[in-house]
Design a binder for this molecule. Structure first.
Ligand code: LIP
Length: 267
């Protein structure tokens, strides 16, 4: 696709506007409006309204593209290009007036990710990048860290909603990493945590039962920042997957082996 950079700059404007909408709505947000899609998987009018705004803006930008979105307000009919949109990643944080939460927009072809934008309205930081164009945060080029050993690693172990299928794996990871690495965090926003891997603020991240909308935009940034992204089996063609590992590259096989010792049920 021609001129990915110009397209990405327009997507950054759309993501910032959507982020400002989230922040404005947060001021008058009432917990009573929250609905539950699945156990502990929440949604509110803010997720849906934000998605509608983003989808209509992207339709003007690239009318021929399809959509894969968290709230399902637009569809994919095997178009050559597809937007992958999470209008509010970190919904549970948002509902409780916690950070982080963000807006995620990726564009992909049938084979690969082409551009990614993640806007964090809490810190007013915009992470973005395009294929073969590098990854950036607010104009600064970003690179993954150079941490080689797990004992020095600062990593993220996210626990998805699907506790019945992931509890054993989560417990195994925490049990085998706790006290043996530099630090473990759980953020509640896959997209921002993966952006932090791209920026060298974390060294590795892993989560299962994750939506394409949660990881696609940020995964492109890790690849452009010199890192590695695969599914839990180590496949580089991960964009249809739901079990994802994103690292600085050095720690990838160690983390993947640890997960494979107790893989999620049903995987
Ligand atoms: C969330 C992810 C988070 C994960 C949650 C949920 P949402 O996305 O960002 O990493 O642990 O289960 O999937 O629902 O806030 O867009």
């Amino acid at each position: 696709m021609e001129n990915l950079r110009a397209l990405m700059e327009a997507v950054c404007r759309i993501a910032r506007e959507a982020g400002h909408f989230l922040k404005e709505e947060r001021k008058s947000f009432r917990r009573e409006v929250v609905q539950e899609k699945h156990a502990h998987d929440y949604v509110s009018y803010v997720d849906k309204a934000s998605e509608k705004r983003i989808v209509s803006a992207l339709k003007e930008l690239l009318p021929e593209a399809g959509f894969i979105t968290e709230e399902g307000s637009a569809v994919y009919q095997d178009e050559p290009y597809c937007w992958v949109v999470d209008p509010l990643d970190g919904t549970t944080n948002y509902i409780h007036d916690n950070a982080p939460y963000c807006v995620c927009i990726a564009l992909r072809s049938r084979e690969e990710l082409l551009l990614g934008v993640v806007y964090d309205p809490c810190r007013d930081e915009c992470f973005y990048g395009w294929k073969d164009g590098g990854a950036y945060v607010d104009g600064q080029r970003i690179q993954v860290s150079n941490v080689q050993q797990m004992e020095d690693a600062f990593l993220v172990v996210e626990l998805p909603y699907n506790s019945c299928q992931y509890a054993r794996t989560g417990e195994h990871l925490i049990h085998n990493l706790y006290g043996k690495v530099g630090g473990i965090r759980m953020t509640g926003s896959a997209a921002l945590a993966i952006c932090y891997v791209a920026a060298g603020r974390f060294d590795a991240w892993a989560e299962a039962f994750i939506g394409k909308w949660d990881y696609s935009a940020a995964a492109l940034l890790v690849l452009e920042a010199g890192g590695r992204v695969t599914d839990f089996y180590g496949n580089e063609s991960f964009i249809e997957g739901h079990h994802i590992i994103a690292t600085n590259g050095h720690l990838h096989s160690t983390l993947q082996q640890l997960i494979q010792e107790v893989p999620p049920l049903g995987m």
